[in-house]
Design a protein around this ligand. Structure first.
Ligand code: UDH
Ligand code: NGS
Length: 360
């Protein structure tokens, strides 16, 4: 008996020590894992706020100033007129931009000021216009945002999207279509106005329609047009990074000018929330078009959380209307659009067009 006791104690001690070593190992592994992951995220975040030229030179724009940059006026981005890029003997940009960085961190808890966004994007010209100086962009893209009283969301949109769009080597302009007054909101009609107003500025061949509160989480999700209409916001955080239903066409979408015109644009008669995106889907389907989409991985995006806006209650007529798209689409659309433009402001990061679009 006397000789058994120390051996029991020793076994116990030995097991306890083993357990402590295993726990320490686990603790260190978890710490290292999260540390490495945070480095990844920080790196991706930094990348999003950088723009690179075609030679691969990186100019950091965090916090504003950029080293060794030519002054903004020497850049091609600010030109409002259709300057012949071919005349400058520029080669076409490649199908896949070499400047893309892939997944991005998107965080809405950081302070963003328009001044800082402006400083961080010196190549973006008045009205939110840009075109690459290193090559001739493959498409001229008008980005149209329906808008009313979402200034905080717009700041985030500009902060995240300008660096992304430049890395995508697009020739683009940003159009914020601001609904004047207090009447019920009408998203699709504002998008039609955006089409008309953007075309007055430049010979755009592609339209991207984006809600102001949606930010892509991967710059490989190219804000351009494809041989079929494109749905870009396919994998939203609020839907658990899934498509809510197969026909869903809301959030961010793109269409070539001729695709848009072939469906008579969008309906003007959806006042309030819901259904207008389903009507657009019905229009496209009725003309035999299909929807092109990026993969779920590339199409990930975040929505800025918000409450329902004033004067944008669910539209009780929406179900009836989407049941009759085929009958109504030839009468209600871009051909029958009427509105009054109240102002056009060519601001440093976007063009703001304020309109009276009437009421239901
Ligand atoms: N929009 C405005 N101002 C408005 C209403 C809409 O700018 O007053 C624009 C904006 O670009 C927005 C888009 O129209 O991203 C789509 O409108 P929405 O915000 O009504 O659509 P969403 O599906 O929200 O984002 C629906 C209400 C969610 C309520 C959630 C309550 N927790
Ligand atoms: C559908 C709406 C769409 C809307 C989608 C997602 O039910 O307009 O939900 O809405 N269609 C109808 O109501 C007929 S969301 O969850 O983003 O608010 O886009």
């Amino acid at each position: 008996m006397a000789s058994a006791e120390p051996s029991v104690n020793f076994n116990l001690l030995h097991r306890t020590c083993k357990l402590v070593v295993v726990l320490c190992f686990l603790h260190i592994s978890v710490t290292v894992f999260f540390y490495v992951r945070s480095l990844d995220i920080r790196f991706a975040f930094a990348q999003n706020q950088q723009s690179r030229d075609a030679t691969g030179t990186v100019g950091s724009t965090i916090g504003g100033t950029r080293a060794a940059e030519p002054p903004p006026e020497a850049e091609a981005g600010g030109e409002a007129e259709d300057e012949p890029a071919a005349g400058r003997n520029l080669k076409k940009c490649p199908q896949t931009s070499p400047l893309l960085v892939g997944p991005l961190r998107v965080d809405f808890n950081i302070p963003v000021s328009l001044d800082a966004v402006e400083k961080a994007n010196p190549r973006v010209g008045p009205g939110g216009r840009y075109k690459p100086k290193e090559c001739q962009a493959l498409q001229k893209v008008a980005i149209v945002i329906p808008f009313r009283e979402r200034d905080q969301h717009l700041k985030f949109w500009l902060f995240y999207l300008h660096p992304i769009l430049q890395r995508q080597q697009l020739d683009y302009g940003v159009y914020v279509i601001n609904q004047d007054g207090e009447e019920t909101f009408n998203r699709a009609k504002l998008l039609n106005v955006g089409y008309v107003e953007a075309m007055k500025d430049y010979d755009y061949d592609c339209l991207v329609f984006s809600d102001v509160d949606l930010i892509p989480m991967d710059d490989r999700n190219i804000y351009k047009c494809f041989s079929q209409p494109r749905h870009l916001s396919v994998s939203m955080d609020k839907f658990g990074f899934r498509l809510p239903y197969k026909q869903y066409f809301g959030g961010v979408s793109s269409m070539m000018k001729d695709q848009y015109l072939s469906i008579n644009g969008f309906p003007n008669d959806y006042w309030g929330w819901g259904g207008e995106d389903d009507d657009i889907y019905n229009r496209l389907a009725s003309k035999g078009m299909s929807i092109s989409r990026p993969s779920g991985e590339v199409g990930k995006c975040r929505m800025i959380r918000h409450e329902r806006d004033k004067q944008n209650e669910p539209n009780p007529q929406r179900f009836d209307r989407i049941a009759h798209t085929r009958e109504t689409m030839s009468k209600d659309g871009i051909k029958s659009l009427s509105y009054k433009r109240l102002s056009k402001e060519t601001l440093p990061l976007y063009t703001k067009i304020t309109v009276d679009i009437g009421k239901p």
